[in-house]
Design a protein. Structure first.
Length: 583
């Protein structure tokens, strides 16, 4: 049976410590008795050795001294070793007092002699590899690494790197406020002092909660460096992951109000349509996180519904395999489960596909939304949150136009006991059909990366951030609002492609421009006009209200389904719809 590297290390140090303890006791006795030990003291020599082995070896296990990386043995490990050896020596001193009652004499003078010999030999053994590597084979210690985090988190990261075999050797800690101190033997620099320093490093480990994009810009760190993110801080369990383009685009909204979200979600029965999709599944996770009482997961895709149902472990849930187009079945679901909140995420969102399937896009997006809203009102649901899109603003494609009609229906159906709000935002990172998975696949295949136009830009947000803000907007909505999430600055898709190539180390791959696709526009917008209402949160604003007679809207929707020229009818309903037909 093959012995692991970790077990070999433990075995090596255990045997070494046994030899060191035996040798230290013997040398201490020889020094005490001028190298001529009387026979009557030999029993004491053996008993001293047994006592120290019985105390020290278990303590080394308890305090994880056998789990420490030999090549990374550091200051804190030295302190711990001294404490354990000192405690065992004090214990031996106490035991010698009681042994006198049994006529076993252990000279007290050998105790401090043994202490210093053992301590010297144990420390010498443990720091020997690091001293050798630092002097002759520096690269064997691992990549010289910067740790960028506040002191508490940096301490956890450094402990992790120094306590286990690692490919990273911390040479400096960079913190936003601390400077000119040492932590676990590693010097701490402020951002300013780091910029003036000439520290040599090959890798960087960054606290995932920092603004990575801003940090790399401020500290002038190239993307092609080996950059890792620390993703948790349980003692000795700091996990690392590669930096991704999502980390560079993440916004981390400063006004995320978790208490407001919790007050909205906690203890509620929530029905989520499209629960297995990118947005719906993340909304489901957030509802679980914030303490919803029960989730009604509704989706027409068997696989997607199964996947999210299996993932949610700590909440009561019901999986309903159903389409929002079947109003009769929808009525039964609402009647049976009586949700407090409905979050409508089910929709066709892929622009080119909807362009090729106009009727299906109209049916699924508009009629599906109408069915959900009408049923929610009939069953006195307290609040309905409609997931909308920036493509509903001055739409140039059918998908955007259908979502604008959905917004109009939501805004003008509001009333009675049901509060209906819509939340509009841009592209979410990592969603199905988004550009990032597409680029990743193209990089894996050796390229090229295909971009439709050198000037095309999009807004991006992490799915988790978007969904939390959706719930926050739902919490503050009174009915009739179209909330707009602050998506930050728009990103050029070609710049995104370049960043992904830099991160992957494949800057040899070419970028090819293929031309705009049908319905695609260069710039997405989040507002028709200037927002005419603000909220208490900078990340959430409210679009200008658009009045549309509900009776007229219902008649128009009926006509839209049967009329031959559906694009013409959509343009009547959404005057700002300027269909872009060609690439």
């Amino acid at each position: 049976m093959k012995i692991s590297k970790a077990n070999l290390r433990i075995l090596f140090f255990l045997l070494s410590d046994l030899v060191i303890i035996s040798l230290s006791v013997t040398v201490a006795y020889l020094l005490r008795f001028d190298f001529s030990i009387d026979d009557r003291y030999m029993t004491g020599l053996y008993i001293t050795t047994v006592i120290l082995v019985a105390i020290r070896i278990p303590l080394f296990y308890i305090f994880n001294l056998y789990n420490i990386s030999w090549r990374h043995f550091g200051f804190k490990d030295t302190t711990q070793l001294i404490n354990v050896v000192f405690f065992s020596t004090i214990s031996l001193l106490a035991i010698t007092y009681f042994l006198r009652f049994y006529n076993i004499v252990i000279p007290r003078s050998i105790i401090p002699i043994e202490f210093f010999i053992s301590l010297f030999l144990m420390l010498a053994l443990r720091i020997s590899k690091r001293l050798y590597l630092e002097r002759y084979k520096k690269n064997a210690l691992g990549k010289y690494t910067l740790v960028i985090a506040d002191l508490d988190k940096a301490n956890d990261i450094v402990k992790r790197l120094n306590s286990y075999e690692s490919n990273y050797f911390p040479v400096a800690i960079v913190s936003d406020i601390d400077d000119e101190i040492k932590l676990n033997g590693v010097k701490v620099y402020s951002y300013k002092s780091f910029q003036k320093s000439s520290i040599g490093y090959e890798a960087i480990i960054i606290d995932k909660d920092l603004d990575v994009k801003e940090l790399l810009r401020e500290l002038k760190i190239p993307l092609n460096c080996d950059i890792k993110l620390a993703v948790n801080y349980e003692e000795f369990n700091t996990a690392l992951k590669d930096i991704s383009v999502e980390d560079l685009l993440a916004r981390h909204p400063k006004d995320l109000d978790k208490e407001k979200i919790k007050s909205f979600v906690y203890g509620k029965t929530i029905l989520i349509t499209g629960a297995g999709g990118s947005i719906g599944s993340e909304i489901s996770r957030q509802c679980e996180k914030y303490g919803a009482k029960k989730l009604i997961l509704l989706d027409h895709s068997e696989y997607n519904l199964y996947s999210i149902s299996e993932e949610l472990k700590s909440i009561e849930k019901v999986s309903v395999m159903q389409t929002v187009l079947d109003k009769t079945l929808l009525e039964e679901t609402f009647k049976k489960y009586q949700p407090d909140i409905v979050i409508h995420a089910a929709a066709y969102k892929h622009v080119p596909l909807v362009e090729e399937n106009i009727y299906e896009g109209i049916l699924n997006n508009i009629i599906g939304t109408k069915n959900v809203i009408d049923t929610a009102i009939k069953h006195n649901v307290k609040k309905v949150v409609l997931i909308s899109t920036d493509k509903a603003v001055r739409p140039t494609n059918v998908m955007g136009a259908t979502k604008r009609v959905c917004e109009l229906y939501a805004q003008n159906s509001n009333g009675n006991t049901t509060e209906i709000v819509a939340v509009r935002f841009g592209n979410v990172l990592g969603s199905s059909g988004s550009v990032i998975p597409k680029f990743q696949k193209q990089i894996e295949e050796g390229g090229p990366l295909t971009v439709t136009h050198p000037e095309i830009t999009r807004y991006f947000m992490l799915i988790s951030e978007a969904c939390e803000l959706v719930l926050q907007a739902g919490a503050i909505g009174k009915g009739g609002e179209i909330f707009i999430l602050d998506m930050g600055e728009p990103v050029k898709i070609v710049d995104l492609a370049k960043k992904m190539l830099e991160l992957s180390g494949r800057e040899d791959i070419k970028i090819v421009y293929t031309g705009l696709r049908p319905g695609e526009k260069l710039y997405e917008e989040l507002l028709l006009d200037e927002s005419d209402a603000s909220t208490e949160y900078e990340s959430i604003t409210i679009a200008k209200t658009t009045s549309y007679s509900l009776d007229k809207l219902n008649e128009d929707i009926k006509e839209l389904l049967i009329v031959k020229d559906k694009l013409k009818k959509l343009k009547e309903m959404v005057p700002e719809f300027h269909h872009q037909k060609n690439s």
